[in-house]
Ligand binder design. Structure first.
Ligand code: 48H
Length: 260
């Protein structure tokens, strides 16, 4: 059989457009495909939620690939080891309670399992705004990352979502947009983003799970963004908290009545 260039192009355009149209309305839109966003997407998809994960970069995985300072290993504490096991990611006990895993194996496995559970990744797209109607977030305004990088004046498109998860990492981008557009009305002490605090792994990891919750009607925060919103410490290259945080928001959304 001779290969036809046009058929190849047609296959890509038609199949991508079909997926894109299919995901214009979802149960949950997750902003950011770092470890927290991917794990949240996995558990939500497993619970039969329709999930889109939007990622600005070409690659999926956020800050996990580089381990600590480009030494591509990650540390996961005892409490979160069951998630590595659930995903069948290899790990080695370095000292009692400290497990070490390969960052490349970890992120590629998370990505593969989330995709197979049914979560749909849209990479090279960024979220530039939110949609708020009837006093709750119910969608996102998206554009191509290439448009952002080239600073082109191109209007965006909108996707609808019953729930949004801000898993955008240190910058907590969706929470920042809410404050900018809706005032200091986040469900924090001041209504504002409290800001990430200096390194303290033990505290940061303990706080992140508590901080993974709803912060505005139908907007949840997960991963590093959760500690930035609630003024909790960073924790360096220990990733158990990110995994637990993704799982925690997924559980909260699964257990929420989405008809309100
Ligand atoms: C689309 C966006 C947008 C946008 C951002 O940074 P991440 O890996 O986030 P987490 O929370 O899953 O993991 C945090 C971890 O990687 C980390 O940084 C740690 C543990 N730091 C500790 C320390 O002390 O430094 O991933 C977030 C992703 C990235 O890939 C961004 O490109 C993406 O979100 N993103 N995607 N639209 N507006 N903003």
């Amino acid at each position: 059989m001779k290969l036809d260039d046009i058929t190849i192009s047609e296959a890509i355009i038609k199949e991508f457009s079909k997926d894109f149209l299919d995901y214009l309305n979802v149960d949950v839109a997750i902003v950011g495909a770092g470890p927290a966003g991917i794990v949240a997407g996995y558990y939500l998809a497993k619970a039969k939620k329709k999930v889109a994960i939007l990622e600005r970069k070409l690659s999926i995985g956020g800050g996990m690939w580089g381990g600590g300072m480009m030494f591509n290993k990650i540390v996961v504490q005892e409490k979160a080891k069951f998630i590595l096991d659930e995903f069948k990611i290899n790990s080695k006990e370095y000292k009692k309670g400290y497990y070490v895993a390969d960052s490349v194996e970890t992120i590629s496995t998370l990505c593969s399992k989330a995709t197979r559970a049914g979560a749909k990744f849209f990479n090279l797209m960024f979220v530039e705004d939110i949609r708020i109607q009837d006093k709750k977030i119910n969608g996102l305004v998206i554009n191509w990352s290439a448009v952002e990088i080239a600073r082109l004046h191109v209007d965006p498109l909108t996707i609808g979502a019953k729930f949004v998860v801000d898993a955008s990492g240190h910058s907590a981008e969706i929470a920042s947009i809410v404050v900018k557009k809706m005032g200091r009305n986040l469900w924090t002490k001041t209504g504002d983003i409290l800001g990430e605090k200096p390194m303290w792994a033990d505290r940061g990891e303990a706080d992140i799970v508590k901080n993974s919750k709803e912060i505005y009607p139908h907007l949840y925060v997960s991963g590093m963004a959760a500690n930035a919103v609630f003024g909790a410490p960073r924790m360096g290259p220990i990733f158990g908290g990110m995994l637990l945080s993704g799982r925690a928001v997924a559980e909260k959304i699964i257990n929420t009545d989405d008809t309100d």
